[in-house]
Write a protein that binds this ligand. Structure first.
Ligand SMILES: [Zn+2]
Length: 492
């Protein structure tokens, strides 16, 4: 299988597309990256110590000082390593006003609150989280197999105590490392160590406060997280980013350097492999299948539901066969859509009912097989008698729809508008209410064109009756900028 990474860079956003055998599989988009400072490490200075709150304010160079609680400040030994047995919790034994220290942002500043900080520093790579100040080795709880967890822990422990290239520090093995080889883990450890040494080499010469480390840009992160031997080509359409990437790969993964290319073609980069079109399509609910069937994918706050439908009706004799084929195609197509749309949480898939148990099993197997390529972890139940599969998919980022869209202002995201008739009836109720509350000579109604049209036509008798009832004339006026559900009743 051949894979290609396309990196499209403009001043406002960076977009990364992963294409497998000419078919778009994943998209990541990052806008205004300056807005997120979570994960940044600063060399800061303690402004104030608050003994009552067991906390300190630390100047990290932002508008507001960051907040650091005593429980987020482990004691360090003479070599700068965290002491594990550390029952005493007194802020004064840890920091004092004017003290310079390294802190990492765990929560972004919000409103009038400054950033929440910790001195437990950590940096992530594809498979590992590196903690330069302690020597703890752990494995993500989300790797369920005890055997696999032990294997990973053994590898990392062994590398830490026997490999001369690796110096001190602690590691947590991330969920994505399930199945990773010793070489892969070792190369991540070396990468993290190098990165940390690079960032902290001239620390004491830096002014206080200053930024010491920030998580990599999307372009570099995608190289870190997506690069593996199948990745044949990485194309970037910005010279500046291309040069940064080359600098990065030369330093941290030289084997990738000869696969990185600056794209200077006439066509926009995302027109290759119809990436732009595929992104557009991935925002729609309906996905057409070659067999004539289609999927309807709907994302709600609680879950995502997927409905599989056959296309045109084809006689009863062949019906079971058609349904089986449509479900098979739906299974592969859906696995790709889940990745592309980056849907997470609970997903309920309603395949078309199949009579044959063997057909059900085959659809399930096809779906499982197709999900294997997904880097996000998925788990699913067997196809139930009703043809439903319940599954979960773990993901960190928001979905493609969430990152590119906002709820429709006309329907508040319901996908439907109240009919003009419903709005007319609401207006009548509102006029009755207002006329009781306010002294007025007439009532002015501002509403959208379709609603005013209806008031003047189908509802004209009701309007006349209401005028008699309230004893005042009702004046109607179109407000061109109003959506169908918008109106105003003004006693005048
Ligand atoms: Zn709408």
């Amino acid at each position: 299988m051949s894979e290609e990474l396309l990196i499209n860079v403009t001043p406002n956003e960076t977009r990364v597309a992963l294409v497998e055998n000419g078919v778009l599989q994943e998209v990541q988009i990052e806008r205004q990256r300056s807005s997120s400072i979570v994960g940044n490490v600063y060399r800061g200075k303690v402004n104030r110590v608050l003994p009552g709150m067991q906390a300190a304010f630390v100047d990290i160079g932002l508008d507001r000082a960051g907040f650091l609680h005593a429980s987020d400040i482990p004691q360090l030994d003479g070599e700068g390593m965290e002491l594990i047995d550390d029952a005493e919790l007194d802020i004064h034994t840890r920091v004092h006003e004017g003290k310079t220290l390294l802190v990492q942002v765990v929560k972004a500043p919000m409103g009038t609150k400054g950033a929440r900080l910790t001195t437990h520093l950590s940096l992530s790579s594809r498979y590992l989280v590196y903690m330069p100040n302690n020597s703890h080795i752990g494995v993500s709880q989300r790797i369920e197999s005890e055997e696999e967890r032990q294997r990973l822990r053994d590898i990392v422990t062994d590398i830490c105590s026997n490999d001369e290239q690796v110096s001190s520090g602690g590691y947590i093995v991330r969920t994505i490392a399930e199945g990773a080889s010793r070489d892969e883990l070792l190369s991540d450890m070396l990468f993290l160590q190098k990165l940390w040494i690079d960032r902290t080499a001239d620390l004491t010469e830096k002014k206080v406060p200053s930024l010491v480390y920030r998580d990599m840009s999307l372009a570099l992160r995608s190289l870190r997280d997506m690069s593996h031997p199948n990745l044949e080509k990485i194309r970037i359409d910005s010279r500046e980013t291309y040069e940064k990437i080359i600098e990065f790969t030369n330093r941290y993964s030289p084997e990738l350097s000869n696969r990185v290319f600056l794209y200077q073609g006439q066509r926009p980069l995302f027109d290759l492999y119809s990436v732009e079109d595929e992104i557009e399509k991935a925002l729609h609910k309906r996905v057409d299948l070659k067999s004539g069937g289609y999927l309807i994918i709907e994302q709600t706050e609680a879950m995502t539901t997927v409905d599989v439908n056959t296309g045109t009706y084809v006689g009863t004799r062949k019906l079971e066969e058609t349904i089986f084929k449509t479900n098979l195609e739906a299974a592969s197509s859906l696995a790709r859509q889940l990745r592309l749309r980056n849907l997470g949480g609970i997903i309920i898939v309603d395949f078309i009912d199949m009579v044959e148990p063997e057909h059900r099993r085959q659809v399930q197997r096809t779906f499982e097989k197709a999900l294997e390529k997904d880097r996000a972890r998925t788990s699913l139940t067997a196809v139930s008698d009703l043809g439903l599969i319940e599954m979960t998919r773990k993901r960190i980022r928001e979905s493609l729809g969430q990152s590119l869209c906002e709820p429709c202002p006309h329907c508040q995201g319901r996908g439907q508008l109240k009919s003009a008739e419903t709005i007319c009836l609401e207006i009548f109720r509102e006029i009755t209410r207002e006329s009781r509350q306010f002294e007025c000579e007439k009532i002015l109604v501002l509403a959208s064109q379709p609603v005013i049209d209806r008031l003047l036509d189908e509802e004209s008798d009701n309007v006349a009756e209401l005028e008699t009832f309230i004893g005042h004339p009702i004046q109607l006026q179109v407000e061109l900028l109003y959506g169908q559900e918008q109106y105003d009743i003004i006693p005048a």
